[in-house]
Design a protein around this ligand. Structure first.
Ligand code: CP
Length: 317
């Protein structure tokens, strides 16, 4: 079956999802990212790999980490970076997404980094652009957030070295989370033998078992002896109706406290894609504690996004 992310030579030409992304491509991205990490400690943090190329950041939904780290990554690759201000763009006058893309392509765009509230928007753009123009999904609806998953995989590999012996717990609002879905696909492809989804029934998708994920509604059971805990935000903006009794009750049942964290392995790491809601899904004592690698995830995100953009832009036509 044709994989829309790969060209005829099997190279990554668009990054749309971790679902169906071959293991060799994930490993290529992690390996390439590793070579970019030391740049952060140099006086001149730039390499010329994307010199002369134009990267357009199109964020139709809010973002702090993803948008900024894509911009930093593109600048470190020496690309020219353009951040479209969606609120001040002609989108507000009714211009369609694909007309916007055509117009920006006429301005010689090479890479589009796209965040959109509609699941599938980056796929639509990838089908529309000419050969030689690349699309990177920066989060689409509830569907996928592949660069977040890849930076999560980078972080896990950095601290745990191997994937084949890990127990990973993903906790919270999984049903509304594009990060959870993308993480699960990447963890499975990399050979993690035990992936657990922990949360209230109302926030767990029905298809978890099909993905080989074990379900836990009791956090104390689910956290037992895990190596990695990935906490997720309650995505109130994507919830329709009351799925939870209250934020306080949620914290009591599913909030990660230092006491609950003791159930995991002593060297377990705590991750969170951000933004965090302290006192809702995570206590400050954990978010700022010695096992948290949350800010390291953000820093690794620069190198991972450099890797993704340099790989897609280097793919043959
Ligand atoms: N993790 C993440 O996507 O954060 P932002 O929404 O701030 O980009």
């Amino acid at each position: 079956m044709h994989n829309p992310q790969l060209n005829k030579d099997g190279e990554l030409t668009h990054l749309l999802s971790t679902e169906g992304l071959p293991r060799r491509i994930i490993e290529q991205i992690l390996h390439t990212a590793e070579s970019f990490v030391p740049l952060a400690d140099r006086d001149i943090k730039k390499v010329p790999l994307l010199r002369g190329k134009s990267v357009f950041n199109l964020f139709f939904e809010n973002s702090t980490r993803t948008r900024t780290t894509f911009e930093i990554a593109a600048k470190r690759l020496s690309a020219d970076v353009y951040n479209l201000n969606i609120n001040a763009s002609s989108t507000a006058k009714g211009e369609t997404l694909l007309d916007t893309i055509s117009n920006l392509t006429a301005m010689q765009a090479d890479v589009f980094v796209v965040r959109h509230q509609a699941s599938g928007a980056p796929y639509l753009i990838a089908q529309h652009v000419q050969p030689g123009v690349h699309v990177v999904n920066a989060g689409d609806g509830r569907h996928a957030h592949p660069t977040q998953a890849l930076l999560d995989m980078y972080t896990i590999r950095h601290y745990k070295k191997e994937f084949h012996n890990l127990r990973v717990a993903i906790v919270g609002d999984i049903v509304h989370s594009r990060v959870a879905r993308s993480d699960i696909h990447a963890l499975s492809t990399l050979g993690v033998p035990e992936i657990r989804a922990i949360g209230p029934r109302t926030l767990l998708p029905a298809d978890m078992a099909e993905l080989g994920v074990q379900i836990y509604t009791d956090m104390n059971e689910g956290l037992k002896d895990v190596d990695v805990v990935i906490m997720l935000r309650l995505q109130n903006e994507r919830m329709q109706g009351a799925l939870l009794p209250s934020a306080a009750e949620y914290f009591k049942q599913y909030g990660l406290t230092a006491q609950k964290l003791q159930l995991a392995k002593p060297d377990a790491i705590v991750m969170h894609p951000g933004p965090m809601n302290r006192g809702v899904e995570i206590a400050s004592e954990v978010a700022d504690g010695p096992q948290a690698v949350i800010l390291n995830q953000v820093t690794f995100g620069i190198a991972v996004r450099m890797a993704v953009m340099s790989i897609v832009a280097g793919a043959s036509q």
